[in-house]
Design a protein around this ligand. Structure first.
Ligand code: CA
Length: 335
């Protein structure tokens, strides 16, 4: 059996606050016996549940890393019952490069789980998280945002898990405890290789988010991330006290009609902003041909009623890009 070469200088079983690294050997031209040092923190106080909090799964999404770096500095171990494992920049080479994927191996970490111990650097990270950190956790929060190419209404999310109603109920409760402005029950178009799927398959309570996007943060999205992380720790019984409540608007993405895919290359004009409610048939966007005047733009209409929850962010769009995400507006009883 191949052993994962990643090691850590932190004892995850010791009480107190510990800041250290995962050390991933990476031999290369500018560092023959070099390693990638991935920052890791643990805050532990006695026995109790363990939360695994991750960001930087994609390297151009910043609410997770910033809120988790803040939490690692400011979480008082005396206030903790159990353990909080904080991995703010999971795909560290991608975070360093400000890219979705790793510059070392092109790895899109959230498509490589459960990873391979003898694989590429990104695959080794995925394998270490799956084999060494995930089994310790009772609850997992993986903070995502839109990155450079997407922008979202700020939402916490969990998945439709029709074969596992008890797990879906646990994940839904944790998603609502996050208290983002929106809470989305999501159908993943392609769930293979995702951290989400690996965590859910292991029976872990799992919450993810999409908080803003465009490759930066706002005051609002960062405050949502910081509040949400502490709320989930309260929900898990790791921090005491009541949730800092801010009720979420419930949304549902039950099938792929809610994803609008661009089928043209060009320049995009959105006719609706994030947060607009649209009806089936409403005009959402036009894509203009860059090559000439006088040509009608391609028009994109909503296939169903819903709230505009996500959109392509840059001004230029390519065929195959997700142009927009709609979500059905629900009341809590239907979630
Ligand atoms: Ca992401």
């Amino acid at each position: 059996m191949i052993k994962n070469p990643i090691s850590t200088d932190i004892d995850l079983e010791r009480d107190g606050v510990h800041h250290g690294h995962l050390k991933l050997p990476y031999s290369r031209d500018d560092s023959a016996w070099g390693s990638v040092l991935i920052p890791l923190a643990v805050v532990r106080n006695g026995t109790g549940p363990t939360a695994l909090l991750t960001g930087g799964n994609h390297g151009d999404e910043y609410e997770g890393p910033i809120a988790l770096l803040d939490l690692a500095r400011n979480l008082d171990p005396k206030a903790v019952t159990g353990r909080v494992i904080i991995l703010p920049m999971m795909n560290y080479p991608a975070v360093r490069a400000g890219r979705r994927t790793s510059p070392i191996d092109g790895g899109n970490l959230n498509r490589l789980f459960p990873g391979r111990p003898g694989g590429s650097t990104s695959e080794k990270i995925a394998d270490y998280v799956t084999q060494s950190l995930l089994p310790l956790a009772d609850i997992v929060v993986d903070i995502h945002s839109g990155g450079k190419t997407l922008s979202f209404l700020p939402f916490a999310a969990c998945h439709h898990l029709p074969d596992h109603p008890e797990l879906e109920a646990r994940c839904t409760a944790a998603m609502l405890a996050f208290c983002a402005p929106y809470a989305v029950k999501l159908l993943e178009i392609d769930d293979q290789g995702m951290f989400d799927t690996v965590a859910e398959t292991a029976g872990k309570t799992f919450v993810t988010t999409e908080l803003g996007g465009g490759g930066t943060t706002t005051v609002q999205t960062l405050s949502i991330a910081k509040r949400g992380l502490r709320n989930v720790l309260r929900h898990a019984g790791i921090l005491s006290g009541d949730l800092e409540a801010a009720p979420s608007q419930m949304l549902d993405v039950p099938d792929d009609r809610y994803f609008i895919t661009a089928r043209h290359n060009g320049m995009v004009e959105f006719l609706v902003d994030l947060g607009t409610e649209v009806k089936a048939g409403d005009l959402l966007a036009r894509i203009y041909d860059l090559d000439a005047t006088g040509r009608p733009p391609a028009e994109y209409h909503a296939a169903c009623d819903g709230l505009v929850t996500g959109r392509h962010y840059p001004g230029l769009v390519q065929s195959g890009d997700t142009l927009a995400l709609l979500a059905a507006v629900l009341d809590e009883q239907n979630l």
